[in-house]
Design a protein around this ligand. Structure first.
Ligand code: FAD
Length: 510
């Protein structure tokens, strides 16, 4: 492949948002575009079959970040999987499709990003992705429709209490990532170069203007019109800090020359905290049992011919939204339902059949921070450091148990195996269980918050404050996480970023 020394735009990171940015810039005829991705192409055998995500996590296609010891969790470190290949986290995720609540965007309170502003971009995304109901849910997942109901056979929605089988960005039982929807079609149009397995270390500036990317091996490539950081909520702030844009004292301590002082770079890190329950029982979900040997023996053929069966399952098949304290307020909890016996006793697969369900705080109050310490990135998720999140999870855990007791699971019903009704009964027991086991829904956001105030690292037009020719387009710009899964909102940000950047650099808005 011919790599030119200079491009009009360089997009760093071919993830959910980066692929949308690149396609949008090509669509807007903004000039030549180079996309640089640290990870490999998305051609591995586990990437397209939905069940493959179980093995992708922890593989070389996952950044395998870990949080710093979490203060509220007794020093426990939390795993932070992030996709590391073309498509980024959209090539490793469960493909659950949600826009979020309308008032999530109104509450961002950022000009140009209210619901009326973002809705057309979600509609455009849905024309490109055609998210649809899982074709072949497990019978237990089908039964989840009845637990709260309220939405017919449609997916549950964070707008009101509801439950059911989720919608997914899959086509014929295969993953349809941001690379499928955006990157490859844009490559066919011409003007787009994609470079894989090249990690960007930092941005170099010339008279305050972002002019080059510097790779970890020290080599460089130039950008005439500008550079877009789409390296995700961990990668983008890390690159910015390495480039000297961040809190002055931290940069001085790290021996990095100051390019622009921006005290809030890396702050406001947050994610959806989750805690769950494992159920086991004969025939209570997919699992490693003698009875299921025929099912698993046929599974590869079934998947190859129809895209269905357990290999066509992204594990999370259904769920719900509810208000934990039933106080008449909007849903503040999302439930995921996984009809598989997995991820228990610190092992991926344990013998037996069962199912798992969890509660996630939709709009957490806790905040952490990402910093450079001794040249390495330190990721403090700040999980549950606001006690309100823990108390909400306790109420939600109690309601989840009641809902699961009432679910019409018939002969497939399992019994609660972990934490167990006897072991964990009182609020104090539940509190201890949550603190010992809680993780995240893998939706980190907020480290380069956009805002109209001067403290926000990024402007409402997604430009990095204090420098020229540098933008951020990914989940890091969300001031507050949306109330459900974050892939579609991240791609919405990417699509709108391309339009804004094209317009602000004299091209056609896409
Ligand atoms: C396991 C998992 C399951 C999930 N399930 C769902 C789900 O079902 N539904 C949903 O809506 N959301 C889900 N999410 C969240 C969703 O996928 C993310 O919020 C979304 O993909 C974030 O998009 P992004 O563009 O901000 O970052 P990413 O998609 O993570 O893209 C960042 C890209 O930048 C690259 N990069 C990083 N640093 C560098 C560097 N220095 N140089 C070059 N390239 C770099 C990365 O390799 C990556 O390709 C899940 C996430 C994970 C990890």
């Amino acid at each position: 492949m011919d790599i030119a020394p200079t491009y009009d735009f360089i997009v760093v990171g071919a993830g959910s948002a980066g692929c949308a940015v690149a396609a949008g810039l090509i669509e807007a005829q903004s000039g030549s575009v180079l996309v640089v991705e640290a990870g490999p192409p998305d051609s591995g055998p586990l990437v397209k079959p939905p069940l493959g995500l179980v093995w992708l996590m922890g593989s070389k296609r996952d950044w395998r970040f870990r949080s710093s010891p979490q203060k509220a969790l007794g020093g426990r470190r939390i795993r932070i999987p992030r996709g590391r290949m073309l498509g980024g986290s959209s090539s490793i995720n469960s493909m659950v499709w949600f826009r979020g609540r309308r008032d999530d965007f109104d509450n961002w309170n950022v000009d140009g990003w209210r619901w009326v502003d973002v809705e057309p971009a979600f509609e455009a995304l849905e024309r490109a992705f055609r998210p649809a109901r899982l074709a072949d849910p497990h019978p237990l997942s089908e039964a989840v429709h009845a637990v709260l109901g309220n939405n017919g056979m449609g997916p549950p929605t964070p707008e009101y209490e509801s439950s059911g089988v989720f919608h997914y960005n899959m086509h014929n039982g295969r993953r349809w990532s941001a690379a499928d929807a955006f990157l490859r079609p844009a490559q066919r149009k011409g003007g787009l170069t994609v470079l894989t397995s090249r990690q960007v270390d930092r941005i170099a500036f010339s008279k305050g203007r972002a002019s080059e990317i510097v790779f970890t091996d020290g080599s460089t490539l130039g950008a005439r019109k500008g550079i877009v950081l789409s390296a995700g909520s961990i990668g983008s702030p890390e690159i910015l800090l390495r480039s000297g844009v961040g809190p002055a004292a931290d940069l001085a301590a790290a021996g990095i020359a100051l390019t622009a002082r921006s005290e809030q770079v890396g702050l406001n890190l947050h994610d959806h905290p989750t805690a769950g329950i494992h159920y086991v029982g004969d025939d209570a979900g997919y699992g490693a049992t003698l009875r299921q040997i025929p099912l698993w023996a046929k599974a590869p053929f079934r998947y190859l011919f129809s895209g269905q069966g357990p290999i066509g399952s992204p594990t999370v098949e259904a769920g719900a939204f509810f208000n934990a304290r039933e106080d008449g307020g909007p849903p503040d909890i999302q439930v995921h339902f996984i009809p598989f016996m997995m991820g228990w006793q610190d092992r991926l697969i344990v013998p037996g059949s069962g199912y798992f369900t969890d509660v996630c705080v939709c709009r957490p109050r806790s905040r952490g921070a990402l910093r450079l310490v001794d040249g390495e990135v330190e990721i403090d998720l700040g999980l549950l450091n606001d006690p309100a999140d823990l108390e909400l999870l306790i109420a939600a855990f109690r309601r989840l148990r009641r809902i699961m007791d009432d679910a019409p699971f018939g002969a497939r019903r399992g019994v609660e195996a972990f934490p167990g009704l006897q072991a964990v009964r009182t609020d104090d027991d539940i509190r201890r269980h949550i603190l010992a086991t809680c993780g995240t829904a893998f939706h980190p956001v907020g480290t380069l918050r956009m805002g109209t105030d001067d403290e926000a690292p990024v402007t409402p037009r997604l430009a990095v404050r204090g420098v020229e020719g540098l933008w951020v387009a990914d989940a890091s710009v969300m001031p507050q996480v949306t109330s459900a899964n974050t892939n579609a909102p991240s791609m919405m940000i990417g699509l709108r970023a391309a339009s804004m950047i094209a317009a602000d650099t004299g091209g056609q808005p896409g």
